[in-house]
Design a protein around this ligand. Structure first.
Ligand code: BES
Ligand code: MG
Ligand code: ZN
Length: 478
């Protein structure tokens, strides 16, 4: 899908967005004399934007005053959100971004297209509700085909993740999620293997089976792989995603308002995994990546697992289940144990894992923990600034593991309320023996109100971060 194209001049029906350097601006060939004068005056009075509606084309001028680097890119992406709504109000179909700087042109195009996302599947009057804006043209020196391929893959993949998160459980159960993975894999060019319930049972994946016990719909275990011949890494990078397609809490039932009512989002981690594989495969990156998704709902039924039960995990570890709502760690633990067999160079897991992560930092950042080396951590932090998906690191102290001691089994699945995002991570860590990074995306995965270019509902957080990180990794030779 081509959201953004490079052009050498604006087309006749293009609306225009002109990004200018406020410190150097004299005139732009795309503006009339009176418009140029108005921009000069606007810069003088430090205006954020200058809008011209009078002619046949709408012109939005964005003067850049001082910021630079990632702060400026984010500012421009956010302006893109504003411009996107102006363009749609004017029923614009296309707009051309003209910029003195390539990075700002790309950030603007990205902000606009990320904002232009809609989830209309369940409206009967989709056409009427549909945004007019279709795509963006970019006119800036030194924009290369690969810049646009990258940006188009980022937007396509973010849309895929948002769609999956926004799909309700009435459509997207565990079996359907696997169907979606297969469709995406076929189109992008990566392999998808789906284990059904009997295979999961034969493998004794006790965490997944316990969580699934109350459900009428069987679980799936999904293995996705992209392995190009020219991969630079000998050992794969493994991405693991929580695929809880709906979380009622189980017998430890959740209340409805602001809790169970949005728990269709509990597979957002799995959406990150498949969307990142989509980008990696479509871009043909020289990197070997495996995606693992344990998928089930956490339902209530006559066979539901109960608080106090002891279960045996895939690894053989026994777990006393003290709260059936702490189900994410149980399904993820089986996937993390499976990952050991792949001899990975790094495992990254994405999960809407804890309310504690939301309480700690709200929707503005991902709670990050891990034992991978400092180089890898530094690289992921650099990516987090480039794409403005912020990470806050929490410590993996032993005290939080001590909270998980059980009277009758190897571990319990419940720590203390305070710092609950850390005890959850300590639970997961038990099932790893490789470099590992954990992203608790419970806060930023699902917005209760639109926030600039991140809409209400699924945001796709994690997708842009991991694509950026994997591109950098693919450029390193090992
Ligand atoms: N899916 C939830 C976590 C969650 C909360 C995701 C808010 C998105 C937004 C997870 O399965 C859960 O229920 N966690 C419990 C764990 C607790 C019982 C130890 C929680 O955080 O309350
Ligand atoms: Mg839960
Ligand atoms: Zn959950």
């Amino acid at each position: 899908m081509k959201f953004i194209k490079s052009v050498s001049k604006p087309s006749d029906n293009d609306q225009m967005i002109v990004i200018v350097d406020a410190n150097k601006f004299k005139k732009s060939v795309f503006l009339e004399k009176a418009e140029n004068d108005a921009v000069l005056a606007g810069i003088e009075s430090k205006r954020n934007m200058i809008q011209f509606n009078s002619g046949s084309v709408l012109k939005l001028v964005l003067p850049i005053y001082d910021a630079s680097g990632w702060e400026l890119s984010e500012k421009v992406r956010k302006m893109g959100a504003k411009f996107c709504s102006i363009l749609n109000e004017h029923k614009a179909k296309h707009a051309c971004v003209i910029s003195f700087d390539k990075h700002l042109a790309l950030a603007m195009a990205e902000g606009i297209m990320l904002s232009n996302y809609q989830f209309l599947k369940y409206f009967t009057d989709k056409k009427k509700r549909s945004n007019s804006l279709q795509n963006i043209h970019v006119l800036a020196d030194t924009v290369e085909a690969k810049d646009l391929d990258y940006l188009n893959a980022v937007i396509d993949s973010t849309y895929i993740a948002r769609d999956l998160v926004n799909e309700p459980h009435s459509f997207l159960n565990a079996v359907q999620l696997s169907e979606e993975f297969k469709k995406i894999g076929k189109e992008a060019g990566f392999n998808v293997e789906v284990w059904n319930e009997s295979r999961i049972a034969a493998q004794k994946m006790g965490g997944i089976l316990a969580v699934n016990k109350g459900s009428k719909i069987p679980p799936t275990f999904n293995i996705m792989e992209y392995k190009p011949k020219n991969a630079n890494n000998k050992k794969p990078i493994v991405l693991v995603g929580k695929g809880v397609v709906y979380d009622t809490g189980g017998l430890s039932l959740k209340p409805t308002p602001m809790s169970m009512d949005h728990m269709k989002c509990d597979m957002a981690g799995s959406a990150v995994v498949v969307s990142v594989l989509n980008a990696v495969a479509k871009l043909g990156l020289p990197i070997h990546v495996v995606g693992l998704v344990p998928a089930t709902d956490n339902w209530i039924g006559e066979n539901s697992y109960a608080p106090g039960d002891v279960i045996t995990m895939y690894s053989g570890t026994t777990v006393e289940v003290l709260n059936t709502d702490a189900e994410g760690r149980l399904v993820l633990a089986d996937a993390l144990h499976f990952a050991k067999k792949l001899n990975p160079m790094l495992v990254c897991d994405f999960a809407t894992l804890t309310g504690a992560a939301v309480r700690a930092i709200g929707p503005y950042a991902t709670a990050f923990m891990g034992n991978a080396d400092d180089k890898l951590k530094q690289s992921v932090f650099e990516s987090s600034y480039s794409v403005f998906e912020r990470l806050v690191e929490f410590p993996l102290w032993q005290e939080y593991a001590d909270e998980l001691k059980s009277e009758i089994a190897d571990m319990s699945n419940l720590g203390k309320g305070e710092g609950g995002q850390i005890s959850a991570a300590k639970f997961l860590e038990h099932f790893t023996d490789y470099p590992w990074m954990h992203f608790d995306i419970a806060g930023p995965a699902f917005n209760h109100a639109a926030d600039a270019y991140k809409p209400k509902g699924g945001t796709g957080v994690g997708v842009r971060l991991m694509i950026d990180f994997l591109i950098k990794q693919s450029q390193k030779t090992k």
